[in-house]
Design a protein around this ligand. Structure first.
Ligand code: IMP
Ligand code: ZN
Length: 369
């Protein structure tokens, strides 16, 4: 009962989500439905994947096997559009007021999909959201571009309905080549005015080499495109140090850091996106009582609670706050302040930050904080 009350309170609080992978945030019911459909067509054997979808206890290795399945299921533009719409609606229903959604642009010649058309399908999904107003870099949406501008203009009508700011980060997958990573950065730059706000490096942490992605990441930096890196998901001191020396705007996870890496991280003050449930489910951290959240929080190091893959790990951002509260003894004011501090780490511009500050101030008054 008490637990439910705290969860309800976490839902009622405005929140900022900075580390959510689009396809990892797919609704469980949608994944099952799509997989069943592919089973009927004979593309996959449904009974073989059903267990992988329903079993929520997965190792890091199994999670990446599930992502391979998710990618088989999501190769169509219309499906990408549907998933995007549902994911944004789910975050908005959880009172997320600012969402940075990251996704890996995919090319699929059989479906006539290019990296650009993939992102256009994502943008179409944002324009299809009906339950909430989506703010997507409004000021430039009137510019003629390859996306249906009529479809998007209704996102910015300034109504008083519930509103969610959405910005996209384009992910470079660690399986990609230097050229492919560069293509993603160029696409992000070309689509900046449509709400693309930065670059992420993600994918299976035991695959690929930092040097492969460095030219594309350096180029992004030269063009002022903010960067976040999945860093330290597995023990790899050389790569972790190279990543920290690169001074990304944020990093995700930081699970397998040694003493020297903690020292560097803290001296550079790089904000960390913390995904508690994801770290436990993938066993990158053995249990919550040894999670680095506590140390970073007590050291007042910049951190932000995030979901990573809310669909794959059956969680929500409110669930992550509730978990942090019950595990680390955070009270309501502390949780609210933690959510509010995330404003300073968003990749959107100062105008959005200003509006978010006002939203949080007014929520604090309403919640009597
Ligand atoms: P997508 O980029 O929208 O297709 O989202 C799923 C992809 O995000 C996966 O295929 C991975 O490349 C990446 N991803 C999701 N969760 C993790 C994680 O915990 N570590 C590293 N990469 C991840
Ligand atoms: Zn991630």
């Amino acid at each position: 009962m008490e637990k439910q009350r705290e969860m309800d309170w976490c839902v009622s609080m405005p929140k900022i989500e900075l580390h959510a992978h689009l396809n990892g945030s797919i609704r469980g019911s949608t994944l099952l439905e799509l997989a069943r459909g592919l089973g009927e067509k004979g593309t996959i054997v449904f009974s073989e994947v059903e267990h992988a979808i329903l079993n929520s206890d997965r190792s890091l290795h199994e999670v990446f096997k599930l992502f391979d399945l998710i990618h088989i299921v999501t190769t169509d533009h219309t499906i990408v559009t549907r998933i995007t719409r549902e994911v944004v609606e789910d975050f908005a229903a959880d009172n997320v007021v600012y969402l940075e959604l990251r996704t890996t642009p995919k090319r699929n010649d059989l479906k006539g999909m290019t990296k650009q058309s993939y992102i256009e399908a994502v943008l179409k999904g944002l324009s299809d959201v009906a339950t909430v107003d989506v703010d997507l870099a409004c000021q430039d949406l009137s510019t003629k571009n390859s996306v249906d501008s009529c479809a998007i203009s209704n996102l910015c009508d300034g109504t008083t309905r519930k509103k969610i700011y959405v910005r996209l980060l384009l992910s470079i997958d660690r399986r990609e080549s230097t050229e492919s990573a560069m293509e993603t950065v160029k696409l992000a730059l070309a689509m900046r005015h449509l709400g693309v706000a930065g670059i992420d490096l993600s994918g299976n942490p035991i695959v690929g080499k930092w040097e492969t992605f460095l030219p594309a990441l350096k180029f992004a930096r030269e063009e002022d495109l903010p960067i976040t890196l999945h860093c330290g998901e597995v023990p790899n001191p050389v790569e972790i140090q190279a990543m920290l020396d690169f001074l990304p705007r944020r990093i995700g996870h930081a699970c397998c850091f040694g003493e020297e890496e903690w020292r560097m991280l803290k001296s550079y003050k790089i904000p960390v996106e913390i995904c508690l449930t994801s770290n436990i489910r993938t066993e990158t951290i053995s249990s919550l009582d040894v999670h680095h959240f506590a140390d970073l929080y007590n050291a007042e190091h910049p951190i932000v609670l995030c979901t990573d893959d809310s669909g794959v790990f059956s969680t929500s951002l409110s669930g992550e706050y509730s978990l942090a509260s019950s595990t680390f003894g955070l009270g309501r004011i502390e949780m609210f302040r933690l959510a509010q501090k995330a404003i300073e780490f968003v990749f959107a511009d100062d105008a959005v930050k200003g509006e978010l500050r006002q939203m949080f101030d007014s929520a604090a008054r309403k919640l009597n904080l």
